[in-house]
Each structure stands twice: as structure tokens, then as C-alpha cells.
Design a protein around this ligand. Structure first.
Ligand SMILES: *Cc1c(COP(=O)(O)O)cnc(C)c1O
Length: 386
């Protein structure tokens, strides 16, 4: 539940806006850091989950590296002050311009997704006279048991190198002195809550680790990607994901060699719970079968429900105590039927002007906002007490 004092503070502010609790972000960062350091694991924060500068500032301050999926994200990481040897660059469609820029910055790793991309990076590295450190992203065919739009590690997905193409990749890397193959990379999907999925991933990584050894290649890094989920249903009860349980799966099941480093790329689990979308009820429409609350925020501000039927907890933070509870469909103002945040949501009676909090919106929220319908640029505010 939202603090009533906070509601009073927010009441005068123009809506909609993202509200970030930086105190919670810092608590989360402390928790991940402690859990990772205990096991000597290396963490790269996935910039695409949220690249708000104040958030990035703190993530960098806690010493995490950057996992980037575009040249601009690499540039942003450099600007924030992340050391290039802690920047990884992933993505199925890196352009020549992006590759050149990342080579010039001498980043830690290109996570390569196809034999052709490896050839291109090799050619550009020769032209730039810079070494390209390479991790091969392997598609391990593990089912992440999550929404099919955020599953990435199955044979039918566009991501990663098909195992049959690996010998060709090794040959390309060996033939070019500007390519330095240092590791293998996996990322099987997002919002994964079933720890057995990560155990299955470990088993696949072990197989590939052995396979490379048998082919005479010593790998320095095993990058197991990200994907740890958060509790969208109970953000107050479980504001911190169970990083210890997550890391201990890899500690237990990953057969790393003595000098190998284990890398993670965590996005959602770090930033999701610290963000809330605050929106105002514009109108209450009493239908024949349903009541609708029409908000001043829509899929343009938070696309996850429209894009992958994502669930977000919704609260009426202006409700008076003891108000009757009613069921509402909570919708936005955008001219699309998918512009809905929730159906049959039980809330204390909503009146025009009430503020509604859409919780757990810190990851893949503001970064996916658009100006469709020529909407205002999205605003944001921060809570930071220490
Ligand atoms: C998106 C992405 C991540 C982060 O995923 P989360 O589910 O937010 O932890 C990590 N690695 C790669 C390659 C990605 O594309």
C-alpha cells in the first residue's frame, strides 16, 4: 500500500508520471551485490529495462557493469561512467556503425548471435585495428516457462547461434587475430520464477563448456544472461526478488572451471519494484455489465499489459478508509481496444480525480513509452531520502 503522506504530496502533481523509489532501488542493489560477491559472480545490469539517468547513476555507483543492446546504450554506459571493460554488447541486429563505435571504445565483449555477424565484426576489427572480444550466444533450447513473447531460448526463436553453426564460428574466430573468443553466452527469457528452469540452463551450459574444451578452446567467461522474475501480484510483501535462491542454483549446478568467471545480465529484477506509474481517474463510466475507470495514462505510458497481457497490481491511493469496494475495468484514453490495464479489478470506489497507482512498473515501462496519439512526453519523479 502506498503511504498516505505520499499521496498527499503527489496530489498536486500533473499526471501521469513515473514515480521511482530510489531508497528501494538502493536496498535492492545492496542485496544483489552482497549475494553476488559472496559467490564471486559478475553482474551486468541490462540497460534496456530502464535507462533513466538517476537510476543508472546508482547502479554504476554500486559497481555493476552494463549489458547493452544498441550503440546508444553503449554510449549511455560510457557517459554514466561505466568502465569499458564492464560493458557487453548483445543483440541480433548490430549495425556496422554500432560495431565500429563499440570497437573504438574497447568494450569488454560483443555477444555474437550469428556466423555472419562474427565475420562482419572481424572485418571491422581489422579496419579499426582493435581487438574484438567475443562471446558466442548459444541458443540452448530451454523453455523458460514464461510468456511466449518473452521466451528467447527455444529453437524457434530468432536469438542466438544454432549449435550446428558453432564449428564455423570457431573457424572464423581462429582465422582472424583481431577476434578473441573469450566466452559463451545464454539468455533464455524474462520474468522466470521457476528455479528449475535455471537448473536446466546450467546443465546446458555445462554441456557446451565441455564441448568447447573438447575442441581445444578454453573459455574465460560463462555468461548465463538474466531473466529472474519479480512478484507482480504482491509488490509490498515481496519487494526484493530472492537473489540468494537464484544465485545458489548456479553455484550448485554450474560446473565452472577454476579460472572461469560467471557473468549475469540482470534487468527486471533490479528495477521493476522501484517504479510506479501514477495516473488520475478522468471518468467513471457505468456500463450495463461493467464499470470502467478511464485513466489519463494508457498503453503509451505503460505498454506491458497491451503487449504481453502483463499483470500489474493497481491501487486507488486516494480512497477514503471504509469506502465500498467495486469491480472495474481500468482502461486508458488511447484509441486501441488493447489499451487496458486490468479487468474486473476490485478497488475502493473510484471518483473522478482519484490517483491510481500501477505498481511494479520500473522495468520495461518508461523505456517503452511512446508518443502515439501525440501524447505528452512522459514525466518522472523520485523519492530519495538518504
Ligand atoms: C533483455 C535482456 C536481458 C535482461 O533480461 P531481464 O529479464 O530483464 O533480466 C539480459 N540479457 C539479454 C541478452 C537481454 O536481451
Amino acid at each position: 500500500m502506498f503511504d498516505p503522506n505520499l499521496t498527499r504530496q503527489l496530489e498536486g502533481v500533473e499526471t501521469p508520471f513515473y514515480y521511482y523509489d530510489l531508497d528501494l532501488l538502493k536496498r535492492t542493489l545492496e542485496t544483489v551485490k552482497a549475494a553476488a560477491e559472496k559467490r564471486n559472480f559478475h553482474i551486468h545490469y541490462a540497460y534496456k529495462a530502464n535507462y533513466n539517468e538517476r537510476i543508472l547513476h546508482w547502479i554504476n555507483a554500486y559497481g555493476f557493469g552494463a549489458d547493452c543492446v544498441s550503440g546508444n546504450e553503449v554510449k549511455k554506459a560510457i557517459e554514466i561512467g561505466v568502465h569499458p571493460d564492464k560493458i557487453a554488447f548483445a543483440g541480433v541486429g548490430k549495425t556496422d556503425k554500432e560495431i565500429r563505435y563499440a570497437l573504438q571504445q574497447e568494450i569488454f565483449s560483443f555477444n555474437v548471435e550469428s556466423p555472419e555477424e562474427l565475420l562482419v565484426i572481424g572485418e571491422l576489427a581489422v579496419q579499426e585495428q582493435r581487438t574484438a572480444r567475443i562471446a558466442l550466444r548459444i541458443n540452448p533450447n530451454v523453455d523458460a516457462q514464461t510468456h511466449h513473447y518473452i521466451t528467447t531460448g527455444l529453437d524457434e526463436n530468432k536469438f542466438g547461434i544454432m549449435p550446428g553453426d558453432l564449428p564455423e564460428c570457431i573457424a572464423v574466430a581462429k582465422a582472424n587475430p583481431y577476434l578473441e573468443l573469450h566466452g559463451i553466452h545464454f539468455h533464455i527469457g524474462s520474468q522466470i520464477l521457476e528455479m528449475n528452469v535455471f537448473k536446466s540452463l546450467c546443465i546446458k551450459v555445462n554441456e557446451w563448456n565441455r564441448w568447447f574444451e573438447e575442441h581445444g578452446i578454453y573459455l574465460r567467461t560463462l555468461n548465463v544472461g538474466g531473466g529472474l522474475g519479480v512478484d507482480y501480484k504482491q509488490p509490498d510483501e515481496f519487494p526484493l526478488p530472492d537473489f540468494d535462491a537464484y544465485f545458489s542454483v548456479f553455484e550448485q549446478f554450474l560446473e565452472k572451471r577454476p579460472n572461469q568467471e560467471v557473468h549475469f545480465e540482470i534487468g527486471r529484477a533490479i528495477v521493476a519494484q522501484c517504479g510506479t506509474l501514477i495516473s488520475k481517474a478522468l471518468y467513471i463510466k457505468k456500463g450495463i455489465k461493467k464499470h470502467f475507470v478511464i485513466l489519463d495514462a494508457g498503453m503509451t505510458e505503460l505498454m506491458r499489459p497491451a503487449l504481453y497481457q502483463a499483470y500489474h497490481a493497481i491501487e486507488n491511493i486516494s480512497a477514503k478508509t471504509g469506502a465500498v469496494q467495486l469491480h472495474y475495468d481500468i482502461v486508458g484514453p488511447i484509441c486501441e481496444s488493447s489499451d487496458s490495464f486490468g479487468k474486473e479489478v476490485l478497488l475502493p470506489e473510484v471518483h473522478r480525480g482519484d490517483l491510481l497507482a500501477i505498481r511494479t512498473a520500473g522495468a520495461y515501462g518508461e523505456v517503452m513509452s511512446s508518443r502515439y496519439n501525440l501524447r505528452d512526453e512522459i514525466r518522472h519523479y523520485f523519492k530519495e531520502t538518504d
